[in-house]
Design a protein around this ligand. Structure first.
Ligand code: FES
Length: 102
């Protein structure tokens, strides 16, 4: 089980799970299209750790970037990846809080 640390969370990859699947399972905001190393949509910046690929991916990646859909972590990873920002919901806020007591 490989330990993955993101900007917001730590989790371990489950048996047979890709890094992209682990990020999705834990609610991270990662884009994807092909899920097989062709499109590059899932690119994530790796801050620490090492990965390899069963086959060299066709998608272009910059130094320090990885493709979580098809890479294999070789050691614990630290990724520049975050949980989605929650939009403010007007209905979560009691607009009249405190006004009732007056
Ligand atoms: S989803 Fe296309 S390269 Fe990862």
């Amino acid at each position: 089980m490989m330990l993955i640390t993101t900007n917001d969370q730590m989790f371990t990859l489950q048996e047979g799970e890709t890094l992209l699947e682990g990020l999705e399972r834990t609610g991270h905001d990662v884009e994807y299209q092909c899920r097989s190393g062709y499109c590059g949509a899932c690119r994530v910046r790796m801050l620490a750790g090492r990965v390899d690929y069963a086959e060299p991916p066709l998608a272009f990646v910059l130094p320090g970037e990885i493709l979580p859909c098809c890479c294999r972590p070789l050691e614990p990873l630290r990724l520049d990846c975050s949980l989605p920002k929650r939009e403010a919901d007007l209905f979560d806020t009691d607009l009249f809080d405190g006004a009732r007591d007056t």
